[in-house]
Design a binder for this molecule. Sequence first.
Ligand code: DX5
Ligand code: ZN
Length: 219
Amino acid sequence: MASKRIAPSVLAADFANLQRDVEMINNSEADWFHIDIMDGVFVPNISFGMPVLRDIVKHATKTIDVHLMIVDPDRYIKTFADLGSTILTVHYEACTHLHRTLQAIKAEGMKAGVAINPHTNVSVLEDVIKDIDLVCIMSVNPGFGGQSFIENTYNKIKKLREIIVRNNADTLIEIDGGVTDKNAKQLIEAGADVLVAGSFVFKSKNPTETIKELKTLIS
Ligand code: DX5
Ligand code: ZN
């Protein structure tokens, strides 16, 4: 099993000190940058768009994990590839032709991710699981940082792990929303590979130390 990863969510950074916060992640034990793109339609919030991502990528030295919370994500696959995304995650609920979308993401040279909302059963991914590099299980309703973790997530991780094993896939399981030092270890024990953490990292006194603590908890 590949090593477990921490992906700080830039959504919780200080946008007036973005380079500082990007460098903090570069110099920390974090593994990935998690980038939340929201359109105000798929989710009831707008985060930031391409110019901000372009400037993050200019400074970031780690994997760029982009989470698109937007309708009709197919329109922007090439744009996000050109911007330097390593992983592009689309929402299951926003894709009518998910299989086609996944192939289009890979054709642009990126890893393909699928995020599912709290109400979406993991079983809907079984027939495409071998085409998915990463499943992002939303452990809050997407749209905002700082929400509390939904406990049913543990059941979803276990069911998804069964699907991955049954199909002999090498899909990573990412958990997004409400991750703290209280649930990190248990999430990994349930079968998660990547933990996104926004508020818990950036609202702490020492984000670098907090990332280190999370890494210690999950390794
Ligand atoms: C929520 C976003 C998350 C968010 C997590 O819609 O997808 O990535 O930034 O934030 P926290 O860790 O504060 O719940
Ligand atoms: Zn996210």
